[in-house]
Design a protein around this ligand. Sequence first.
Ligand code: MG
Length: 222
Amino acid sequence: MSKDILKIEEEKTVDFEFDLIRRNNKLAEENRRIFLENGVRAFDIMGSVGSGKTSLIENIVKILNGKYSIAVINGDLATTIDAERISKYGVKVIQINTGKECHLDANIVRKAIEKIDLKNVNVLFIENVGNLICPSDFKLGVEKRVVVVSVTEGEHVIIKHPLTFLEADIIVVNKIDLAEIMGVDVKKIVKDAKSINPKVKVVETSCKTGLGIDEVIKCLEL
Ligand code: MG
C-alpha cells in the first residue's frame, strides 16, 4: 500500500508568522535584560497537560524554598488549579489564563512580571500552557527551557515533536515509576532525545516519589 504524505511546514511560514516570531523574539530579549538587571534566574517549563510540570515545580520549590526567593507564573487556558497548588508553599504565584492561546509569549510574561517585585526574587519558574506544539516557537527570555514528558504519553512522544525538543536545555522524563506498567521503554525515549538534541540533559524522574528531582536542580544549576 502506498502512503501519501502532505507536509505543510513550508506553506505555513507566511510573512505574518515571521513578523510575529520576530516581534516576540525582540520582546523576549527585553525580558532577558529585565531578568538580568534584577538578578532573576528564569526557567520555562513546557510539556503536555498531565506530564507533571506543576508537580516538578512543586518538588523543586519544596527543596529550594528558603535557599532562594522563588516566584512562579502558571499559564493555563482557563483554570487556577496549578496556581493554587503552588501557592501553598508560600511563594509568589501569578496565574495567566490564556483563553484560546495555546502558549505563553514574551509579551504576556512581561505583563505578569510587572506584578512581581523582581528585586526580591532570585528564581522564577514559568509553567507554559500544556502542549508540545505551540510553546516552542515563542521564546520568553529565560535562562533555560525544560520540557517535561511523561512515560504515559508513549515512547514516541519525542520523535513526534522534534522542534520542541531541539530547543530544550533539559528534558525531564517523568513518571518512570509507571514505565513498566505502561510497557514503555525509557531507554528509547532517552535515546530519541539525545539523537534530536545531542547537547540536551535528560533526567528521569518520578515527581510522585521525588526520584531524580535533585538531578533536575543540578541541571538547572540552582
Ligand atoms: Mg500544570
